[in-house]
Design a binder for this molecule. Structure first.
Ligand SMILES: [Zn+2]
Ligand SMILES: [Zn+2]
Length: 83
């Protein structure tokens, strides 16, 4: 499964919302809407992923006030905010 690791971030929900939007409002074909959804979801995942290359976990796995990653084995002790 392509998005196997991204449970906290609701990919399925976002995906279907985007697809419906483009089909209903923009009158696109299902294939076109799916292509757009794939691009949007990929961008969202990137945006929600820690930029620390030793980490690369979702930011939802970080404890914000401690600036720590919740994944036990992860060496990431701070996450870079660059949005
Ligand atoms: Zn991490
Ligand atoms: Zn991190």
């Amino acid at each position: 499964m392509l998005w196997g690791n991204v449970t906290p971030f609701q990919v399925d929900k976002l995906w279907s919302q985007v697809v419906h939007y483009y089909i209903d409002k923009k009158k696109m074909s299902k294939e076109e809407a799916n292509k757009i959804a794939a691009a949007i979801v990929k961008k969202e995942i990137e945006k929600n992923t820690c930029q620390n290359i030793t980490c690369r976990h979702l930011k939802s796995k970080h404890i914000e006030h401690l600036k720590q990653c919740l994944v036990d084995t992860c060496p990431c002790s701070k996450f870079i905010k660059k949005i």
